[in-house]
Design a protein around this ligand. Structure first.
Ligand SMILES: [Zn+2]
Ligand SMILES: [Zn+2]
Length: 109
């Protein structure tokens, strides 16, 4: 079900079940992925974010602002090192630099 990797225009980030992530609830570090299984599907909410089981149905707490969880380190490392992301790296030097700063100290080889 769902896409493996896509892109959320709204939040400018990668989505799909192939994307490891943290729950979008502020401060929650539950590890999920950005597949449909974790997406908020409450129509009245419409936040289009991704939450762990504990927060997914707590729609009163969902926000519609920019993502709060940040990217998962495993995901950033993947984008910085995998061959399939070479084009993305060439086109997004600013993001590459931002990821590198966030992953400071991590082995990126
Ligand atoms: Zn929601
Ligand atoms: Zn959560």
């Amino acid at each position: 079900m769902g896409w493996s990797i896509g892109n959320s225009e709204r939040y400018k980030r990668d989505i799909g079940y192939g994307v490891p992530a943290y729950c979008d609830h502020p401060g929650c570090r539950e590890e999920i992925d950005r597949g449909l299984g974790y997406k908020c599907e409450e129509e009245e909410c419409g936040c289009e974010k991704f939450y762990c089981f504990a927060h997914r149905y707590d729609t009163d707490a969902h926000t519609h602002q920019q993502p709060t969880s940040g990217e998962h380190p495993d995901w950033m490392k993947w984008k910085l090192t995998d061959e399939s992301w070479q084009v993305w790296r060439d086109e997004n030097p600013d993001l590459v630099e931002a990821y590198r700063v966030q992953l400071k100290g991590m082995d990126l080889t």
